[in-house]
Design a protein around this ligand. Structure first.
Ligand SMILES: *Cc1c(COP(=O)(O)O)cnc(C)c1O
Length: 366
């Protein structure tokens, strides 16, 4: 008997391209026969993690027991931090987990999910895996076009995914834009505001999502410990939403979707405001350093409020990416985001940023 098992895929999964993670540094060093490679490719915190987190993780020894499936302690801390009740918090195995939970709880093949061109890749993955209909709106100046997104809403729309700032473009939406947008979105549509880079992005005109959520039960905000808090390896993020949406997500999540170490690390991270402030300061300085260096080379870039910047090389980014690899610098090609002439560079430490700029000048002959 023979059967091509791939034909068993559901229609959505049949067309899915898996997410392409970057190669580990060690593997590349072996492949290219070079050492001291720097990785500015995954928007990780270049400072690593707070020493408070390290200590908390070392002190943990309850490996034999299941984690607290209700995340009681962490939810209480997050509830206090955000001034909400704990029934509005949903904790996930990375914020990607909660992005998927809300979709799985509310979307079937009959429904549509709206997101923008150049938006974070997970929105497309989630939509396709469910076999739902993707409505992708055109970007304006690389950013989300909220007017187009609102115009795309139909009776079958269940979710609008908005990344603010967006990855990989770094573009952002202001408070006033979000206020006007939320007024136009009907109640049957859940707006998921993905604030993975919130800690870096907050500025005067950045949306006050807490105030917005008080007016709109269909607005849900996601945050992560993977970026400014430096916990990318442990996979932990969360959503703040109405209790009703939290209830729906709680129904479909795995009972122990977040592990004990991740929760302990997140709790310690929340308690170390100095590390967070330092991370934000290092990022701000690094962003200025990169912008100055790119300006010096006469290169274009998309202004960013994240911990990364998309450089518009006006030539195939994949070629420049390969040349940079041979200089020991890993950045992120973004062809799969419809940005073939760009490369996304994560902000690193000062010497890493300097190395990237030198390597870029060399391979572009500037
Ligand atoms: C990095 C990132 C996330 C975070 O994902 P985790 O699963 O929490 O690591 C979410 N949204 C966007 C837009 C991101 O760039």
């Amino acid at each position: 008997m023979s059967c091509d098992l791939l034909t068993l895929a559901t229609p959505g999964v049949a067309g899915l391209q898996p997410y392409q993670p970057g190669k580990p540094v060690e593997e590349l060093e072996r492949e290219l026969g070079i050492s001291n490679i720097i990785k500015l490719a995954s928007n990780e915190n270049p400072l690593g993690v707070s020493s408070a987190v390290r200590q908390a993780v070392h002190a943990f020894n309850d490996y034999g027991r299941y984690p607290d499936g209700n995340a009681f302690t962490l939810k209480a801390m997050l509830a206090e931090k955000h001034g909400v009740t704990a029934d509005r918090i949903t904790v996930g195995n990375g914020s990607n987990d909660v992005l998927e939970l809300i979709a799985r709880a509310t979307v079937t093949r009959e429904h549509e999910i709206i997101y923008s061109d150049h938006a974070f890749a997970v929105y497309a993955l989630v939509t396709q895996a469910l076999g739902a209909n993707a409505k992708v709106t055109a970007a304006v100046n690389w950013g989300h076009d909220l007017v187009a997104m609102q115009a795309a809403v139909s009776d079958n729309t269940r979710i609008i995914f908005i990344a603010n700032p967006n990855n990989p473009t770094g573009t952002w939406l202001s408070h006033d834009e979000m206020v006007a947008f939320m007024r136009t979105v009907p109640d049957h549509v859940i707006v998921v505001l993905d604030e993975a880079y919130y800690e870096y992005a907050s500025a005067d005109d950045y949306p006050d999502s807490a105030a917005l959520m008080q007016k709109h039960d269909n607005l849900m905000v996601t945050r992560t410990f993977s970026k400014a808090y430096g916990l990318a390896s442990l996979r932990i993020g969360y959503a703040i939403s109405s209790p009703a949406l939290a209830d729906l997500m709680n129904r479909v999540r795995q009972p122990f979707n977040v592990n004990s170490l991740a929760m302990i690390a997140a709790q310690a991270a929340l308690g170390d405001e100095r590390f967070l402030a330092e991370s934000i300061a290092v990022n701000a300085a690094g962003m200025q350093q990169l912008i100055a260096g790119l300006d010096d080379m006469g290169l274009h870039f998309i202004p960013s409020r994240g911990n990364f910047i998309a450089v518009n090389l006006q030539q195939p980014g994949a070629v420049v990416y390969q040349k940079l690899l041979h200089e020991g610098v890993i950045v992120r090609p973004v062809d799969n985001y419809g940005m073939p002439d760009c490369l996304r560079v994560s902000i690193g430490l000062e010497d890493e940023n300097a190395r990237f700029l030198l390597a870029l000048a060399k391979v572009l002959d500037r």
